[in-house]
Design a protein around this ligand. Structure first.
Ligand code: HPA
Ligand code: ZN
Length: 326
């Protein structure tokens, strides 16, 4: 019907995509073969069958296993290029990609291999697909702050290749304030700051992402509705939430899409965006997130226009570039 056609066709920005979460089972097996890596799954079907998650951790265990096939610069390029081809089909014109260097450097893959492979795909997407993309380095919060600080040191020679830092992986038990020093250092360098908070964790983690880390956007943030004072703050300061509806259902944050609070968050006046998070694992890319959410919550054309506008407002791009998108 016409709203579906509008959603598919409207230009949009994607601000919450873990590039390692775009690794499709077929590509995992192709890279495993190319690199002589043995997987604990016989074939694509049995790997896909393991994608039945009960919470964030049950997903992360499989997500890190999938990423183990990534070894060379070409691997990182090929992964990101596959994402950009999907992004083009979904009419994404601007994308900010999270990457998890520690997942790779801890396996002996050099930081430069990771970022140079990704950058090659980013630059190519600009030239060949007219998609403007940027990279955001995420620290793994289940690891120590010292490990994050060491990663920031490794990243220093590459500051022209990424625009900001984020915080991801296992949330509960790893509050933002654990990373106060490394985010202070990142801010001092001039990097942009985002953080996952309030996906499974409490509103207190959203407060400390803002007040301790200096987060300019909150990734997920759906638990904010438990705290009216926090909602007031997010509305007043126009702090965007990068919401990922299919992810939230797959990880059992909401029982189903009809129970998702995205419409409530929009009605409260928050700057909400729709994103895919880990599309290869959660059942769809950005347009699938839009289509399924609109159907389940009976959203209207004004929601679509607002969500697209929000995605550009929330993007880390110059005013000139944003004006060209709108
Ligand atoms: N939450 C936390 N860490 C992650 C996610 C997520 O949704 N996806 C990939 N790493
Ligand atoms: Zn995420």
């Amino acid at each position: 019907e016409s709203i579906a056609r509008f959603l598919r066709g409207m230009p949009k920005a994607e601000l919450h995509i873990h590039i390692e979460g775009s690794l499709e089972p077929e590509l995992i097996f192709r890279l495993a073969q190319r690199n002589g890596v043995t997987l604990p799954y016989a074939d694509v079907e049995s790997l896909r069958a393991a994608y039945a998650f009960t919470n964030l951790q049950s997903f992360l265990d499989i997500y890190y296993a999938g990423a183990s096939v990534l070894l060379t610069e070409d691997d990182f390029h090929d992964m990101a290029w596959a994402y950009f081809e999907r992004a083009k089909a979904d009419n994404i014109v601007h994308a900010e990609l999270f990457f998890d260097p520690q997942t790779h450097t801890d396996r002996g893959v050099p930081f430069a291999t990771v970022i140079d492979g990704l950058r090659r795909a980013v630059d190519r997407a600009g030239r060949e697909l007219d998609i403007h993309a940027e990279l955001i380095l995420c620290f793994l919060r289940h690891l120590s702050e010292d490990a994050a600080l060491a990663t920031l040191e490794q990243a220093r020679p590459h500051l022209n290749k990424f625009i900001g830092v984020g915080l991801d992986s296992s949330e509960v038990g790893h509050p933002p304030e654990k990373f106060a020093r490394v985010f202070a250092e990142a801010r001092a360098i001039g990097l942009r700051v985002v953080a996952h908070a309030g996906e499974e964790g409490p509103p207190a983690y959203i407060w400390s992402a803002l007040d301790v880390l200096g987060a300019e956007r909150i990734d997920h943030g759906v638990q904010a509705t438990k705290d009216p004072l926090l909602i007031e703050r997010l509305v007043r300061e126009r702090i965007p939430l990068t919401v990922c509806p299919l992810s939230n259902v797959k990880l059992c944050v909401f029982g189903d899409l009809a129970q998702h609070n995205l419409a409530e968050l929009m009605d409260l006046g928050l700057v909400v965006t729709i994103n895919s998070d880990d599309p290869a694992y959660f059942g769809g890319y950005i347009n699938q997130n839009f289509l399924d959410t609109f159907a389940a919550l009976n959203l209207r054309l004004w929601h679509a226009k607002q969500l697209a506008r929000n995605s550009f407002e929330a993007a880390f791009a110059t005013q000139e570039r944003k004006a060209a998108y709108n």
